[in-house]
Structures are given as C-alpha cells and as structure tokens.
Design a protein around this ligand. Structure first.
Ligand SMILES: NC(=O)c1ccc[n+]([C@@H]2O[C@H](COP(=O)([O-])OP(=O)(O)OC[C@H]3O[C@@H](n4cnc5c(N)ncnc54)[C@H](O)[C@@H]3O)[C@@H](O)[C@H]2O)c1
Length: 356
C-alpha cells in the first residue's frame, strides 16, 4: 500500500519521540511491503519562531493532502510563563483540530502486566484495566467564544458551548466502539450544574435506544474521577466533553504507570491525527529521557485506524511488550536498580524486534 504521512514533531521532546515513531513506521512498512512517503511540517512554538503562526497554511495543506498525520507535542515555557502572549503554541494544536474537523479523540487506557508495580494503585485494582476514553475535541470551553478579559483586566471569562450535532456525532462514535468491545458506555458530564452537560445527557439518552445491546450509564465527572481510581476495571468505553476528557485521561495515564505510555487517535471529517497524549515536557527536551512508547503505540493506531492494517498494529504492540519484558525502558519506567535506556535506544530495540 502507498502511504503519505505528514510528520509534525512540534516542540520540546516532540522531535525526539517522533524520530522513534518514524523509525518504527518505516520498519513496519518495510516488513509488510508498504511504500511510505514522509513530509515534515512546522507546528507550535517552532512554527511561531519560523513564520509567526503556530499552524501555518502550508502545514494545514500538507495535512489535508496526506493519508495520516503523526504529531508530537507543542508548548514552550516561554509562552507558559507569559499570560499576555498574543500568539501561543497550543493555538496551533487547536487550529489543527478545528480545521481538520477532528471531533473525536480516542484514548485507550490499558495496563501492561510488566508495569503493574509502576502504578501508585494496588496491583489487584489495575491488573487487566482496559478502557477507551472518547473525548470530544473541537467544542466546549477550549473553543467557545467569547473568551477574554474585561477592560480593566480584573475579570476573565471562557464560554462553554455545545450544539446537539456536535454531541450526537461523538456519542455515536463512542457507541460504535462500545459495540465492538464489552458493550458498556459511560457518559461523563456535570448535568447537575451545567446546561451543556444537560444537553449532552439528553442527546445520549435519545441515542441509547439505537444501541439496545449496550449498557449505558451516566456519571458526574467528579464521581467518574473517583471511580477511575477506585474501580478502573469497571469502565469499557467513556465518552465526555473536551475538558473533562483532557483531565480524566491524564488521570488514566497514572493507572498505567507513566504519561509516556498513552497513545491516541483523533478522527473526524478530514485526515486523522495520531499523537501521544502527553505534552512537550520542555525540561526533558534534548536529554533523550522521554519515553517514546506513547508515540510508537500511536503509530500502531495509525496503521489500524487510518489504513485498517491490523497485523501491522499487532506487530508493533508485540514488539513494545517484548521491550517491557526485556526491561528496555526509559527512566520513567525503571526503579533505581534498572539499566536506563535512552529514547533512541528504546526505538532502536523495538525496530530490531520488528525486523526479526
Ligand atoms: N498535545 C500537546 O501538544 C500538549 C498536551 C499537554 C500539554 N502540552 C504543553 O506541554 C507543555 C508542558 O506541559 P505539562 O508539563 O503540563 O505536560 P507534559 O505532558 O509535557 O508533562 C507532564 C509530566 O508528564 C511526564 N511525561 C510527559 N511526557 C513524557 C514522556 N514521553 N515520557 C515520560 N514521562 C513523560 C513528565 O513527568 C512530565 O513532567 C506545556 O507547554 C503544555 O501547554 C501540550
């Protein structure tokens, strides 16, 4: 198969982890006889520095004309420390999501047996955790307008907006995944307080009868956050709005043992984007200590979701499991006694497994 992949490394650890993702993608393509073309483009702070725009038109054009996008992370302390910065790296991420119509972000949370002791939770609580969080990605507080400050600068406001159509399409995606999995859907909202959440609940209740085999439950987000720690194995598929999903999946990463382990796929109207859920971890940039597994597992999702190539995805997952079995890990996954591998060493080791 011919594949055109847009590569957007971004900022901080982005270039280091993406280099490993690209290596793995190339190795799998070679093994399974696919022809891949990579085209790199600017995003985030790197794009602001180069052309003054965190999501330049050329980057968008490249994404639109590619079969899939492999994305690293954006964000730089220079902007995080300046609340008055007019242009910010994260605006590039939001613009990409909006312009590509990426309304559903699929975030699988699975624990690895080899890493059970890395989680702060007791092993019996997390062994076998396997759920999928479907996060709405182009609406809610992150996009609602008006947003800003009063003239005197002493009051700030954000607006949370959701339309019936925006909720319906992402809830349907979640039901479809629930049908393919253990047929349970948890709709997470704050319907006791928020008008948008009440619309979410109403729409989900309307759609539920179309999927009679799926058991639907509704949870307030505060309760969901608690349940994720208390009984994480109870979840199968969760669906929720943008900000709740952002926060809950970071919590989910703690179950697995590291932020460096969770991949994601953003799907919608145009080209899909595959990216780790973590950020640009600027303190680690250039040190080769970032875990590349979230990115490498995002490449597995890229094969499975963008090209429907499941054997290729399985090949990557098996190589990742072998690396964990062999203790070929970055420092986040090792105790003080283990040998620490660099980001590129982990990538090289996984590539060698794929080639064998
Ligand atoms: N999708 C994105 O591009 C995205 C997402 C979140 C945050 N950000 C941006 O990233 C910057 C840093 O934000 P932050 O510190 O809140 O989040 P972060 O995810 O970058 O880092 C938080 C912590 O997670 C751990 N971590 C992250 N990536 C890891 C990896 N690959 N391997 C091992 N451990 C890892 C580290 O302990 C780190 O201190 C900010 O500018 C923020 O806006 C970008």
């Amino acid at each position: 198969m011919k594949m055109k992949i847009a590569v957007l490394p971004g900022d901080g650890i982005g270039p280091e982890i993406i280099a490993e993702g690209v290596k793995v993608l190339e190795a799998v393509a070679e093994r399974f006889g696919h022809e891949v073309t990579f085209n790199e483009a600017l995003v985030g702070a790197a794009a602001i520095d180069a052309v003054g725009n965190p999501y330049p038109d050329e980057t968008h054009e490249l994404c639109m004309n590619s079969d899939a996008v492999l994305f690293g992370a954006v964000g730089h302390p220079r902007f995080d420390k300046d609340p008055n910065a007019k242009v910010r790296p994260e605006q590039g991420l939001l613009a990409m999501r909006k312009q590509l119509g990426l309304y559903a972000n699929l975030r699988p949370v699975e624990t690895f047996d080899q890493l059970i002791d890395k989680s702060p939770l007791r092993p019996e609580l997390i062994q076998g955790v396997d759920f999928m969080c479907v996060r709405e990605l182009t609406g809610g507080l992150y996009f609602g307008r008006p947003q800003g400050r009063s003239e005197d600068g002493n009051t700030a406001y954000d607006t949370c907006v959701y339309s019936r159509e925006e909720i319906e399409r992402v809830v349907r995606v979640a039901y479809e995944y629930a049908m393919k999995r253990r047929k349970k859907l948890t709709v997470v909202d704050k319907a006791n307080i928020l008008a948008t959440s009440r619309l979410w609940r109403e729409v989900a209740q309307e759609i539920a009868p179309e999927f009679p085999e799926v058991k639907t439950e509704f949870l307030f987000v505060d309760n969901a956050a608690m349940r994720m720690i208390q009984w994480p194995k109870d979840f199968d598929v969760l669906v929720t709005e943008n900000m709740f999903g952002d926060i809950l999946t970071d919590e989910g990463s703690v179950l697995t043992g590291s932020m460096g382990l969770l991949p994601s796929a953003s799907i919608g109207l145009h080209t899909s984007v595959f990216e780790p859920i973590h950020g640009s971890w600027p303190e680690a940039a250039g040190k080769q200590i970032a875990n590349p597994l979230a990115t490498i597992l995002s490449v597995a999702m890229l094969f499975e979701y963008a090209f429907k190539l499941t054997d290729e995805g399985t090949c990557i997952r098996q190589a990742v499991k072998k690396s964990l079995d062999a203790g070929v890990c970055t420092p986040d996954l090792l105790g003080s006694d283990g040998k620490k591998f660099k980001t590129r060493d982990v990538g090289d080791w996984i590539v060698s497994q794929i080639k064998n």
